[in-house]
Design a protein around this ligand. Structure first.
Ligand SMILES: Nc1nc2c(ncn2[C@@H]2O[C@H](COP(=O)(O)OP(=O)(O)OP(=O)(O)O)[C@@H](O)[C@H]2O)c(=O)[nH]1
Ligand SMILES: [Mg+2]
Length: 607
């Protein structure tokens, strides 16, 4: 009912041409082989599934992924509420929910207003976003081994692809190379009008009814041209985003490696499937480009009969080229890692605390860094995976003490296994951080699940519980969007600090800086030391302390005038400093104190 009304309103206001151009403010930049990408997102709801709320949210996230490539998005074929109702019914939830439906609908109607600002920015409106996500849900009770979907759905989706002139389909699940190729082949045939027959949706999802329509490999020279349809799964989609955004050392190389390993799996009998895959990535990945150029030129030479007689088949050639590149990238990763560990060893002793920002994608990490720096230094946009490389900036904590803040890549649910290494390499610096701020979007309906994903991924990356307990501050961001009060009792009862903030509205940031300072002083073993010397040494000693001790200032300063003529004036004050630096200070300016301390100890060369 609500969705029906919503659809009417949306259609009335915006969608007469039925294209959801989410990225209107930034015109679509990403084009594959110069064709604008018109993408449909499908989120398969399997059996058993994660429940309606989470599945819908995952569909939203899938749309967010395509959106972050600035593609034009086409609504899915299921622009109705039936699918979510089906899922709810299967979970026995529909009855209780039905009772509340009417009043909820009335409340939502009150909140739901489309105004001028929403036009072209539909994604910002929660209810529209939800409705679009619903249109992408596809019930898949059983995954078909060669085509992923069953016969009826394939046809229904094919017709939708044809009528909306869709040239990219993102299926939010991992697909086998065979499934991808078969789907591309079949839907390209629909797109070109080569299949027009209407096959009814088989409601009875019976295994016997779902025999494969394509059982063997199909050769396809599908290069995203004309009416051909490209199919992306979760792996290729995330790899594309990673490839487009990452620019630095090891993480970039890891992405090249993930691509090459994946490309190798594409080399099952078909040569052109690989060319088609690398044609998508060659604009962003160096190795994809190299292999692509060599394969295409070998093909041309072969066509002209100029190939030297090595007897190597096209498939063997591709395999060899990929293996060469895999070896090359692995060597580069080793070299780079050795270089990094040398630098790391040098960095071991430091007085400036390093603070890493981690958290689910879109939680507001970059926004917080900008807010602390009071300027926009890192891009913060409503896009998933906006930040892919670690950025480090120097900031000042509450008392003026310096710190380094690191902005990192966002976490995401079900990160494809083969991309974990790429992801891990971008998070290497988190290991060295003294404090880790876990930024959470506390206004998000799935905030608890997002927290769990972050904890699970941290565990998978080898960060143990001890790491979390010792170094973590939890930051509850976006409190400006919360429609329930903050539970301070809960906050107080936790073992780790929790600070509610709004990075966008600059709420409670000072408190966060204080908590960060307290935690960093504790972690870096900083204490209050009383410093005392003749006033004529003031300039030299204070300069040393500022340069070496990362002190924020001096406290409780007093000057003691000379008691008798000829005595110097003494200056005394407190500084907060770590033990190692304090000992270095003593060794530099008052070595006699150190000798006294060591009295009675065996000499250092004593064995
Ligand atoms: N209302 C509100 N919006 C916020 C707040 N903090 C961040 N945002 C918005 O949330 C969106 C995502 O913010 P980012 O800072 O890019 O998020 P991120 O965690 O860096 O995301 P990735 O780089 O993708 O991991 C942007 O549109 C921000 O303006 C907040 O406190 N309140
Ligand atoms: Mg970011």
């Amino acid at each position: 009912m609500l969705i029906k009304r919503l659809s009417n309103i949306i259609v009335k206001y915006r969608f007469s041409k039925e294209i959801l151009d989410f990225a209107k403010s930034t015109p679509p930049k990403q084009q594959l082989n110069s064709q604008p990408v018109n993408c449909m997102v499908l989120h398969p709801v399997l059996y058993p599934n994660k429940g309606p709320e989470l599945e819908l949210y995952m569909a939203e996230e899938a749309i967010g992924l395509s959106k972050s490539l600035s593609w034009t998005l086409e609504q899915g074929p299921f622009w109705k509420d039936e699918y979510t109702q089906d899922i709810r019914r299967s979970q026995g939830k529909i009855d209780e929910e039905d009772k509340d439906n009417q009043s909820q609908e009335q409340n939502q109607q009150k909140d739901f207003q489309i105004n001028e600002d929403d036009l072209g920015h539909e994604w910002r409106n929660k209810i529209i976003r939800n409705s679009i996500a619903k249109s992408s849900l596809v019930k898949v009770p059983r995954i078909h081994s060669t085509t992923f979907f069953t016969k009826g759905k394939l046809a229904m989706l094919g017709q939708h692809i044809q009528s909306k002139r869709i040239n990219a389909v993102f299926i939010n699940h991992e697909l086998t190379p065979l499934q991808t190729r078969n789907l591309e082949k079949l839907w390209t045939q629909y797109s070109k009008g080569e299949i027009t027959s209407v096959i009814k949706e088989d409601n009875n999802e019976n295994i016997d009814n779902n025999e494969a329509i394509i059982t063997d490999e199909i050769e396809s020279d599908n290069d995203f041209e004309g009416l051909s349809v490209k199919v992306f799964d979760r792996f290729t989609m995330i790899l594309q985003i990673f490839a487009k955004r990452s620019t630095q050392g090891v993480s970039r190389l890891q992405i090249e490696l993930s691509f090459l390993k994946f490309a190798k799996t594409k080399l099952v009998r078909s040569g052109s499937a690989f060319v088609s895959l690398s044609s998508i990535f060659k604009g962003d990945l160096m190795m994809a480009k190299e292999v692509y150029v060599e394969v295409v030129s070998a093909k041309q030479r072969r066509a002209l009969g100029k190939m030297s007689g090595s007897g190597e088949s096209e498939l063997q050639l591709q395999r060899r080229l990929i293996d060469d590149r895999i070896a090359k990238v692995k060597k580069l990763i080793d070299e780079e890692s050795q270089q990094r560990s040398k630098i790391k060893r040098k960095k071991l002793i430091h007085t400036v605390p390093r603070i890493a920002l981690i958290g689910y994608t879109n939680a507001g990490k970059s926004q917080l860094l900008n807010c602390i720096l009071q300027k926009e230094v890192v891009q913060s946009r409503d896009l998933l995976f906006q930040t892919l490389d670690t950025t480090s900036k120097s900031i000042r904590l509450a008392s003026g003490q310096k710190a380094i803040m690191l902005d990192t890549i966002g976490f995401i649910t079900d990160l494809p296994h083969d991309l974990v290494e790429s992801f891990k390499s971008t998070l290497e610096e988190v290991e060295d951080a003294d404090i880790v701020l876990h930024i959470r979007d506390i206004s998000h309906p799935c905030t608890e699940q997002q927290k769990q994903v972050v904890l699970d991924v941290l565990k998978e990356l080898g960060f143990n519980q001890d790491f979390y307990n010792k170094k973590m501050i939890e930051v509850w961001n976006k409190i400006d969007l919360m429609n329930y009060p903050i539970d301070y009792e809960f906050i107080e009862s936790q073992d780790y600090p929790i600070v509610p903030i709004s990075a966008l509205m600059n709420i409670n940031i000072k408190r966060l800086l204080q908590v960060m300072e307290e935690k960093s002083n504790q972690i870096m073993n900083k204490k209050l030391y009383r410093i005392k010397y003749n006033i004529d040494q003031h300039f030299e000693r204070l300069k040393w302390l500022y340069e070496n001790g990362n002190i924020s200032g001096v406290m409780n300063e007093i000057q003691i005038p000379p008691i008798k003529k000829g005595d110097p004036t003494i200056i005394e004050y407190d500084v907060i400093i770590d033990e190692i630096t304090y000992n270095r200070y003593i060794a530099t300016f008052q070595p006699e104190m150190r000798i006294k301390k060591n009295k009675g100890m065996p000499p250092s060369n004593w064995k």
